[in-house]
Ligand binder design. Structure first.
Ligand SMILES: [Zn+2]
Ligand SMILES: [Zn+2]
Length: 134
């Protein structure tokens, strides 16, 4: 992927999102965000790195990790653990907690507060509809 294939709209949108989150919109961050936006299922840093390499981007794995942790720090992306590895997802801006599929790692955002006996749910694990049918 060349820089010209990046639509101005996309670039402007991500730049604004990063700016609102208080982090500088570097080219690498924008590229990582673009990969995350194309993957509704959480994906690993390694996988993001592979996607970037495959599209001709020369971004190091360390940079991908650093980018992910800076964006996770400000809550722009959320981190999950699937099959023993950290995976990342670009969630919506509304306050939410997660329903996570134990089988495929699918994440659904839930905006209603889920409070039981004073505990507020952050992650609720289960099996998604597609995996349930398998
Ligand atoms: Zn989330
Ligand atoms: Zn599933």
């Amino acid at each position: 992927m060349t820089v010209t294939s990046w639509g101005m709209v996309t670039m402007a949108r991500w730049t604004a999102i990063l700016k609102a989150a208080g982090i500088r919109a570097t080219t690498q961050r924008l590229r990582v965000l673009d990969v995350l936006a194309a993957h509704p299922l959480p994906i690993s840093a390694q996988r993001i790195h592979t996607v970037l390499q495959d599209s001709g981007e020369n971004v190091g794995l360390t940079t991908v990790y650093r980018t992910l942790s800076s964006m996770a720090e400000v809550g722009l992306i959320h981190v999950f653990t699937h099959a023993g590895e950290s995976v990342y997802r670009l969630c919506g801006p509304a306050r939410h907690h997660h329903l996570v599929c134990r089988v495929c790692g699918l994440v659904a955002e839930r905006q209603e507060e889920d409070i039981v006996d004073g505990f507020r749910a952050e992650e609720v694990y289960g099996v998604c509809a597609a995996c349930e049918k398998r």
